[in-house]
Design a protein. Structure first.
Length: 403
């Protein structure tokens, strides 16, 4: 937008009325183009040729000397260096904290044709991304060869970067580590403000960029690692211990317990955890009881997102679970009551080693940690935890256990 009206009028007086006419042309020109100033519209190609008003004026008057040294501008020599030449009429483009390389160098015409153009804003390319990647060739290569590109990047770089100058690093329209993201991802802004179990990852220096690449990656959701598991474990390892975290070292735990639970096997910690925090224990996507004992309620177990609740709900069954004595469902017996044992009493849903079925070696009850001493048989099994003497279950020939 032409801001330095005073300057223009003063200059205009000097060149005898030319500039007043320029201002008049400017008005109509602006009106024609405001509708295409393209928020999220990739196509910068203009319907009609864009002629820079002072150039039109110069042509009409056969006098190019406002910008050039000669009237006919034969040599193309400029009367004044850029950007000052342009700043006679335009607001300065290098006033903020971070200035784009070519703007700082006064190379306005690297991007704009000073006379006329087929494209919006007198640009030298029909789309913003073609313009940017004409110099940032690495980003052009990136756009062609990256599987998951952030939609606003695919659209146009100027959704986030100002082409001239901005107060944020990389000429971003807001701080790129989080504020910028939340300008568009309003639902995330509300989520982060309201969740009760927040993720410490967002307190790390690079915030959203600890996990996402703002432009894109080969991984869905633009994650900076191949899987969410690799991502999580890049922090949840001994680095976290150094920070004084009380959480277990999940990387070490999984290395020492190589029988990994299904979703972890396929690399997806986010199947159960919400990396942006949640209202549930340990940022789980669905609830899970907090303690060893809990009143059973199907809705309080994230497990039933993938497993059939019948394995806990049906008192008698021949199919819902293998944890049964004849038809008596031992899952029902242990879990489905007012003071039921929660799954963590017997299973470790991250990884296990010694026993099958993700049964844990030891279970913790308050301050004590006791072994469950599980023994598997072809048709059942037995265990001898601190809760009771060894008891057996057998699917084919039900066992009698002493009370
Ligand atoms: C708004 C200022 C402005 C006006 C008015 C203007 N020019 Fe230019 N012209 C420039 C700038 C700036 C360059 C340098 C472009 C570059 O360095 O890439 C230029 C470059 C040129 C060149 C060098 C070759 C080229 O195209 O890059 C010629 C020739 C030229 N202008 C002719 C004219 C003629 C003829 C007129 C009048 C009809 C005119 N210009 C009016 C700004 C202007
Ligand atoms: C790296 C490329 C690039 C350079 C260099 C550049 N511009 Fe721009 N300019 C753009 C783009 C892209 C737009 C369109 C911005 C948009 O739609 O958000 C634009 C828009 C403009 C506009 C119209 C909208 C506005 O912001 O007022 C003016 C005037 C302008 N530039 C002047 C200049 C001047 C003067 C210089 C040199 C100091 C310059 N530009 C250097 C890319 C550039
Ligand atoms: C004599 C005054 C004058 C000079 C000098 C001048 N411009 Fe302009 N420019 C205008 C007017 C008037 C407009 C139309 C009003 C508007 O769009 O803001 C305009 C529009 C533009 C636009 C936007 C075109 C669009 O489609 O919206 C760009 C980009 C631009 N000028 C770049 C430059 C660059 C780069 C220079 C220096 C090489 C320059 N101008 C020098 C007066 C001037
Ligand atoms: C005419 C060539 C040219 C064009 C076109 C161009 N740039 Fe640049 N860009 C540069 C140069 C030169 C630098 C400075 C490089 C440096 O400092 O290492 C730069 C720096 C940057 C930086 C900062 C990089 C850093 O590491 O500090 C960003 C971000 C950027 N450009 C984005 C864009 C965007 C977005 C566009 C399109 C609107 C664009 N560029 C178009 C030449 C260009
Ligand atoms: C969704 C917002 C967004 C869009 C759209 C976007 N960028 Fe960026 N860009 C960023 C953020 C955030 C950073 C800072 C990254 C960092 O701190 O590591 C950045 C950094 C950069 C840098 C400097 C660091 C680097 O990666 O080399 C360049 C150059 C750059 N962007 C160019 C572009 C180009 C070219 C486009 C269009 C193809 C584009 N950007 C589109 C958000 C965006
Ligand atoms: C200019 C608006 C804009 C900005 C700024 C922005 N995004 Fe996006 N983002 C979108 C749109 C539009 C989509 C596609 C629709 C959707 O999934 O909501 C998207 C999608 C995403 C996706 C999902 C991609 C997929 O594979 O489905 C992630 C992750 C994402 N953005 C992260 C970020 C991060 C991190 C930042 C800050 C660096 C950010 N966004 C900044 C507009 C934006
Ligand atoms: C600890 C790593 C991590 C951090 C930090 C992080 N994300 Fe994500 N984000 C992910 C993962 C993993 C997914 C895929 C989730 C899934 O598959 O359910 C994702 C998905 C997304 C999505 C697309 C799906 C959805 O949940 O809407 C958006 C948008 C998104 N993130 C934006 C952001 C923004 C904005 C920030 C910063 C406020 C941020 N992320 C911080 C790991 C992270
Ligand atoms: C950038 C580092 C980083 C990444 C990546 C990361 N985390 Fe975290 N995570 C943290 C920090 C820091 C804490 C807080 C530690 C503390 O409170 O001791 C935390 C805490 C947690 C907690 C405990 C939350 C609570 O409510 O107590 C869980 C669960 C968790 N992360 C899971 C994940 C999962 C799943 C992923 C992958 C999607 C992941 N983390 C990726 C740094 C990270
Ligand atoms: C099947 C669902 C599920 C998957 C998949 C899953 N978790 Fe968990 N995670 C849980 C549950 C449930 C808890 C709460 C356990 C408890 O309190 O006993 C938990 C707790 C945690 C904790 C806190 C541990 C502590 O010290 O108390 C961390 C850290 C964690 N998970 C990280 C991860 C990481 C990293 C992955 C991927 C490698 C992952 N989780 C995959 C369900 C899951
Ligand atoms: C996202 C889906 C998903 C969720 C949620 C889930 N699981 Fe699983 N689970 C699986 C898959 C797939 C398998 C089969 C692969 C394997 O044995 O790990 C499995 C297997 C198991 C097994 C071993 C089966 C056997 O006979 O070896 C147990 C025990 C188990 N899950 C317990 C749980 C518990 C407890 C929860 C809740 C904390 C839970 N699961 C949540 C997907 C899930
Ligand atoms: C008292 C210990 C105990 C508790 C508590 C327990 N399980 Fe199990 N679970 C077992 C045993 C033992 C097996 C192995 C059955 C067999 O194959 O012999 C098993 C097997 C499983 C299997 C494999 C398929 C099947 O049913 O045979 C899944 C899935 C499972 N449990 C999920 C859960 C879920 C979900 C919870 C919590 C809601 C839970 N378990 C609570 C002991 C327990």
């Amino acid at each position: 937008m032409v801001k330095h009206m005073k300057k223009i009028i003063l200059t205009a007086a000097a060149v005898g009325g030319l500039m007043l006419a320029v201002i008049a042309t400017a008005g109509t020109d602006k009106a024609n183009q405001s509708s295409t100033s393209a928020d999220f519209e990739p196509n910068m190609k203009s319907a009609a040729k864009v002629v820079h008003p002072p150039y039109q004026m110069a042509k009409d008057d056969k006098d190019c000397s406002f910008c050039h040294t000669e009237k006919d501008a034969k040599s193309g020599a400029l009367k004044m260096d850029m950007p000052d030449l342009c700043y006679q009429c335009h607001e300065a483009k290098d006033t903020k904290k971070f200035i784009h390389g070519p703007v700082g160098a006064g190379a306005c015409t690297a991007c704009h044709n000073p006379h006329e153009s087929e494209n919006m804003k007198l640009l030298r390319f029909p789309s913003i991304n073609q313009l940017c990647t004409s110099c940032h060739a690495d980003k052009g290569h990136f756009l062609k060869n990256t599987k998951h590109i952030h939609p606003p990047v695919q659209d146009q770089c100027t959704n986030c970067h100002d082409p001239h100058t901005e107060d944020y690093k990389f000429q971003l329209k807001a701080d790129g580590k989080m504020d910028l993201c939340l300008m568009c991802h309003v639902e995330k802004k509300e989520h982060l403000a309201s969740v009760t179990h927040k993720h410490g990852a967002l307190e790390r220096p690079r915030k959203c960029l600890e996990c996402h690449n703002p432009h894109g990656t080969d991984t869905p959701r633009m994650l900076i690692k191949d899987t969410s598991k690799d991502l999580c474990l890049s922090c949840h390892n001994d680095k976290m211990e150094q920070d004084g975290s009380k959480l277990i070292n999940m990387d070490k735990h999984l290395k020492e317990h190589p029988d990994h639970h299904g979703p972890i096997l396929w690399g997806d910690c986010a199947a159960c955890h919400n990396p942006h925090g949640s209202d549930n224990l340990r940022m789980l996507k669905k609830p899970f009881p907090e303690s060893f004992y809990a009143k059973f309620d199907e809705k309080s177990y994230i497990c039933f997102e993938c497993h059939e609740p019948a394995k806990i709900q049906d008192a008698a069954t021949t199919t819902a679970t293998n944890f049964r004595n004849g038809t008596k469902n031992m899952h029902f017996v242990h879990v489905n009551k007012d003071k039921g044992r929660t799954c963590r009493a017997c299973h470790d849903f991250h990884g296990t080693k010694e026993y099958p079925h993700h049964l844990r070696l030891k279970t913790s009850f308050g301050a004590i940690n006791f072994p469950i001493r599980y023994i598997e048989t072809p048709t059942g099994g037995s265990c001898a935890p601190a809760c009771h003497a060894r008891r057996h279950y057998d699917r084919e020939t039900p066992k009698e256990n002493l009370k």
